[in-house]
Every structure is written in C-alpha cells, then in structure tokens.
Design a protein around this ligand. Structure first.
Ligand SMILES: [Zn+2]
Ligand SMILES: [Zn+2]
Length: 103
C-alpha cells in the first residue's frame, strides 16, 4: 500500500466527505452487499489510490464516484489481490473503468 505523506486523512474536507459517503451507503460494505452479506464498512477506499499527488486533487480524493465503502477483509482483498488491476479514469467527474491493464 502506498502511503500518503500529505496529511490528507486529517483534513476536515476528507472527514466530512467520508462521513457523508458512509451515510449514503448506510455505513455498509459495498462489496459484501454485492454478495448479499450485510457487514459494516470499516474503511472508505479510493478506487484510484491516493498518492501525494492524487490526494491533492479533489476530483479524485473527494469524489464520491471514486469512493467505495468496504470492510477490512474486502479492503485487504482490494489492495493485495493478484488479479490484474482495472484502470480508472475520471471523465467529467465520473469514474470510468477501463479495460484490464496489462500486468
Ligand atoms: Zn466486505
Ligand atoms: Zn484502499
């Protein structure tokens, strides 16, 4: 997992964004829910992962389209799975999932 040295997670903007997003998804893990499992979300994950650079871009860092509420198990799977990563792009404020990126 890449770390972000910019103290993004401490910003008020992120705390408000995160709280609003969790409220929107009823505080549940979205990936578990897809499989019919009701489990509270522990983490709001960024589909386009945060780096020092992306953390400064509100279109990525604070965009609901780029967020996903997940439990710890799903979050670990997202970051450590071996499957090829999907590419994401932001077009007009929407997150667009591209073709599988080559390994
Ligand atoms: Zn989950
Ligand atoms: Zn994550």
């Amino acid at each position: 997992m890449r770390s972000v040295s910019f103290p993004f997670y401490k910003t008020r903007a992120w705390k408000e964004c995160r709280a609003a997003y969790l409220h929107k998804v009823n505080g549940l893990c979205e990936l578990c829910m897809e499989r019919g499992i009701i489990k509270p979300a522990d983490i709001v994950h960024h589909k386009i992962h945060l780096t020092d650079e992306t953390a400064r871009d509100p279109a990525i860092a604070l965009n609901f389209e780029n967020l996903q509420a997940v439990c710890i198990d799903c979050h670990n799977a997202l970051h450590f799975r071996k499957a090829p990563k999907k590419r994401y792009e932001i077009i007009d404020g929407k997150v667009v999932i591209g073709e599988d990126a080559p390994l």
